[in-house]
Design a protein around this ligand. Structure first.
Ligand code: SF4
Ligand code: FES
Length: 360
């Protein structure tokens, strides 16, 4: 019998509302309106249950979580329950007073998303004029207020040349961590794949820059690097393994094993506040659907890597292979791997530059 450990982290998606319109938005295709959001009492109860279950970190996320008036109250409650509270934000709706209140409430860490290093590039990608400058101001305040800062930079064909400048920006902002993530092609990002896909040469150049800077800045800036799936040989261990480390709660209270799990047919998502969080984590149908390795098909079923990468990403397997149980086609052992690689190379050469923006 496999022992299931307590989850490490809870992703609290407080709202889908967001002032930015990024073309690679990772929220579901069907966004929930404000009226569907759960109230403060619900989230306070979730925090109590998460702490009792052994969760160590809570990530307040969205959409834009800072649009919720009760965010300081939720942060304060999470901190009082011993959780490490992190805010994942676009920062454009924050100001000095809101950030100070959050710092006083116990917020330990802030992750601010940047769409580029130059204002013209970044504001065009997020379709929000003045956004980049506001993010810089808020990032400086985060560290002045004594909180840890992570700069999140999503990279793709239309901003990859700014990668060295993004690294300089993270240093100038005194960030502890820089997360450079190539776009993950799920959901909305699929609509913009031809406008976003880098070519292989650009990807290899980015890889080399990250490797060199990571070495040179050791002890000064921590790098997290998410490679572009389609050019990889091995898939990523998505979510640290399905149902192993993280649970996501949607703005309307459904508990998911990953943010895109709703794209997979046949899964049942229980509701927090109705079913105990511990029961959902240990016994929930969706959490057990791809837990461990028993569900795997070949070539994963007999592969040495199966307890390391767990066959890659289930949502990507569904999107690219049409079967959530298939080997993630990013893996070089998948029969679809070559096809995916050729498709990426073709799309990287597309003339497409315009974005289909994400609007709620
Ligand atoms: Fe991972 Fe499956 Fe590929 Fe093996 S075959 S490396 S388990 S994705
Ligand atoms: Fe759902 Fe990877 S995004 S398993």
């Amino acid at each position: 019998m496999t022992t299931i450990a307590a989850p490490l982290a809870l992703m609290a998606e407080l709202t889908h509302r967001c002032p930015l319109q990024c073309p690679y938005c990772s929220n579901p295709l069907e966004l929930l309106k404000a009226g569907a959001e759960r109230d403060t009492k619900f989230w306070l109860g979730v925090i109590d249950e998460a702490a009792a279950l052994g969760v160590l970190q809570i990530h307040f996320s969205g959409g834009e979580p800072a649009l919720r008036q009760d965010l300081p109250q939720l942060v304060e409650h999470a901190t009082a329950r011993g959780l490490y509270a992190n805010l994942i934000t676009s920062a454009v709706t924050l100001d000095e007073s809101k950030l100070s209140t959050l710092a006083q409430a116990g917020l330990a860490h802030v992750q601010i998303s940047f769409q580029g290093a130059r204002p013209q590039t970044a504001d065009r990608i997020g379709n929000y004029r003045g956004g980049h400058e506001k993010k810089l101001q808020m990032a400086r305040l985060v560290t002045q207020l004594g909180m840890s800062l992570t700069v999140n930079a999503v990279v793709h064909r239309q901003n990859l040349e700014e990668l060295p400048a993004m690294i300089d920006m993270a240093l100038e902002l005194d960030a502890d961590r820089l997360e450079i993530a190539h776009v993950q092609y799920h959901g909305w990002a699929l609509k913009n794949r031809a406008a976003l896909m880098p070519d292989r040469a650009a990807f290899e150049a980015a890889d080399a820059i990250v490797a060199q800077k990571r070495q040179a800045l050791r002890g000064k800036l921590t790098f997290d690097y998410v490679v572009p799936d389609y050019y990889a040989r091995a898939p990523k261990t998505c979510m640290g393994g399905w149902g192993q480390k993280t649970l996501n709660i949607t703005p309307d209270g459904r508990v998911l094993p990953c943010h895109a799990a709703e794209t997979i047919p046949g899964l049942t998502f229980d509701r927090a506040g109705t079913t105990p969080l511990a029961k959902i984590w240990f016994e929930g149908q969706a959490f057990n659907a791809f837990r461990g390795t028993a569900w795997m098909q070949e070539p994963c079923a007999s592969c040495d890597m199966k307890t390391i990468d767990f066959g890659g990403c289930r949502c990507q397997a569904l999107a690219l292979a049409g079967d959530a149980r298939a080997t993630d086609p990013v893996c070089h052992l998948s029969p679809l791997h070559q096809q995916i690689l050729e498709m990426a190379e073709t799309e990287s050469m597309a003339d497409e530059r315009d974005f289909v923006y994400r609007r709620i």
